[in-house]
Design a protein around this ligand. Sequence first.
Ligand code: Z5A
Length: 212
Amino acid sequence: NNSKSDSRGALIVLEGLDRCGKTSQTSRLVSFLEGLGHSVESWRFPDRTTGVGQMISSYLSNESQLDDRAIHLLFSANRWEKRSLMEDKLRSGTTLIVDRYSYSGVAFSSAKGLDIEWCKAPEIGLLAPDVVVYLEISPEKAAERGGYGAERYEKLEFQKKVAQSYNMLFDASWKIVDATLPIEDIEKRIREIVLDCLITCQKGKSLSQLWS
Ligand code: Z5A
């Protein structure tokens, strides 16, 4: 189908608190889009496979300590090191479903008390998503889902602060989906949002940059 291969792919971002269901929904969405014949890849941040990603991973698992600003900049660098590949993929027609992106970077660091504008600054110039799907769940409900693991941010009190930070980032373009619905209902809603977004991109919507 020429119309599919001639147009760029869409940058779809899923955000939300820990345990909100992003990982489950990302893989369902990728299978769905593949079934429709789209070129699609599943990405996630942090990308723990790179050198920077390994530093982040060791910080998250409490194997290393880092200054709050230093770890913020590493999360950002981890997105910058993937930026040109991201752009190439999108321009060649591949849609990317990304589990966490800049918004996680800003929400988690500002939840520690860092200034929100300072947190956004190193993210300026990264590719802006075509749509952000926010899977909304209360920190208490999220904590009930099999409990938290041992990673640094998996604590109820901190997740409450992260939820407040996300609230400050919401804008009218975000699609808020109730993450407490049955998995299949959420999946259906996300499919509708993403199919709409793909049409907009196929019609020629251009790529833009954060934060505008
Ligand atoms: N972080 C940061 O500080 N700065 C940054 O720039 C970035 C990230 C990018 C690592 O992320 C941490 O890094 C993260 C933010 C910070 N810290 N926290 N918290 P990660 O990607 O490694 O971890 P995560 O994003 O929090 O993933 P997760 O724990 O795997 O959660 P999830 O992907 O949202 O959920 P899930 O695995 O799909 O589902 C969780 C459970 O709920 C599972 O048992 C499911 O079967 C169940 N589930 C899913 N959906 C439902 C529904 N609808 N009903 C009932 N149960 C469900």
